[in-house]
Design a protein around this ligand. Structure first.
Ligand code: PLP
Ligand code: COI
Length: 355
């Protein structure tokens, strides 16, 4: 079926929560907009999408996603520009990455134009939920999971694609401390690290909890084979400014190809900065912190945005990064990105998509 042949049945809630929201105090991920989009896959094709009130669902106890983990998701954001329009940031990249994740997990792909249609219709329907303050945004969660009620192992024949949205404030409110992890592994060659698969996050919880018990916010994962090269940081990619160059681990099948990181790289090139996407060893990181050639380190992700790193822990020792005044590159990037997202400057890269 062509996307143009789809229509969306919409049912408005009779119990809107909009007037209960404290817009000056929004927690991350706990507040949900009034509606959600649901589209089922059966008989080898996507059925008509529907927008319905946000509510619980009933599931078969043998729902295969629950048992065997065929479940993938995306994370993207919506913004309210100074002109009052709702916009999103590079949403087609999310749609394409969602296809890649689905393919790896043996799930049906959602065509990019159908994904975009569903996204825009839901955002239009819940337009009033897109925050008006420029320190807030709308976190958008598209996801898909296997729905066969079957206890054997095989790719499900049926799936559910959904989108819900959450008005959000900041994910991190301060510069963060990260621990370099060498005992546990997030992703190995040939595995599913490059897919935004639910199980990747489940597997990260225990090692991350151990680090959190030691006072860290998150881990820096290293390669599965040698544990000598850094990869990414759990819910964000990682970037460093060393000797005035932007250095970041090269994308691979063990690293999620982040849209925020890609945008930071494109901005750095636009500023005329040298960018190195390559293997980054722990040795290089520690030495460059110690000799002062690393001036900035930060995480980049949709939820976390640009998260400056204050301290990196390695083998029980704490390595402090330079203070805030040295963070000239990441500050410029944040300002540039925010200006585009909130419509304060021209969208010179064509990254902003109106709803
Ligand atoms: N790496 C992981 C494991 C993530 O969950 C995320 C968040 O989506 C990222 C990196 C950053 O990706 P993006 O910038 O596309 O949000
Ligand atoms: C995102 O930034 O979209 C993420 O996936 C992080 C999330 C797990 C909160």
């Amino acid at each position: 079926m062509e996307t143009s042949e789809y229509t969306i049945k919409k049912t408005r809630t009779t119990n809107s929560k909009l007037n209960q929201v404290d817009w000056d105090n929004i927690p991350f991920g706990k507040l949900f907009s009034d509606h959600m989009l649901v589209m089922d896959y059966k008989d080898g094709k996507w059925q008509e999408p529907e927008i319905v009130p946000f509510e619980n669902m009933s599931l078969h106890p043998a729902t295969s996603a629950v048992h065997y983990g065929q479940s993938v998701f995306e994370g993207m954001k919506g913004f309210r520009t100074v002109a009052g329009e709702a916009v999103t940031f590079r949403p087609e990249m999310n749609a394409k990455r969602f296809q890649k994740s689905a393919h790896r997990m043996c799930m049906p792909e959602v065509p990019v134009d159908l994904f975009m249609y569903c996204l825009k219709e839901l955002l239009k329907y819940d337009d009033e939920w897109v925050p008006k303050k420029d320190t807030n945004s709308m976190y958008i969660r598209p996801f898909m999971f296997a729905t066969d009620g079957y206890t054997g192992i095989k790719p499900s024949d049926t799936y559910r694609f959904m989108i819900f949205t959450c008005p959000v404030g900041s994910y991190y409110t301060e510069a963060i401390n990260l621990k370099i992890e060498q005992d546990f592994t997030r992703a190995a060659n040939g595995g599913v690290g490059a897919a935004k698969a639910a199980g990747n996050y489940a597997a990260s919880l225990y090692p991350a909890k151990l680090a959190q018990d030691e006072g860290y916010h998150q881990l820096i994962w290293t390669d599965a084979e040698t544990h000598e090269y850094v990869e990414e940081a759990g819910t964000m990619n990682i970037l460093f400014v060393i000797d005035g160059k932007l250095v970041t681990p090269k994308e691979s099948d063990t690293i999620l190809a982040g849209i925020t990181k890609r945008s930071v790289i494109e901005l750095a090139k636009d500023y005329g900065m040298t960018v190195e996407e390559r293997k980054v060893s722990i040795k290089e990181i520690i030495e460059s912190i110690e000799d002062g050639s690393m001036t900035e380190a930060f995480g980049a992700g949709t939820a976390a945005t640009i998260a400056p790193i204050k301290m990196i822990g390695y083998k029980g020792k704490k390595y402090n990064l330079p203070d805030e005044e040295k963070r000239t590159f990441s500050k410029k990037v944040v300002e540039d990105l925010d200006n585009m997202k909130y419509g304060r400057t021209e969208d010179r890269f064509g990254w902003i998509e109106k709803i």
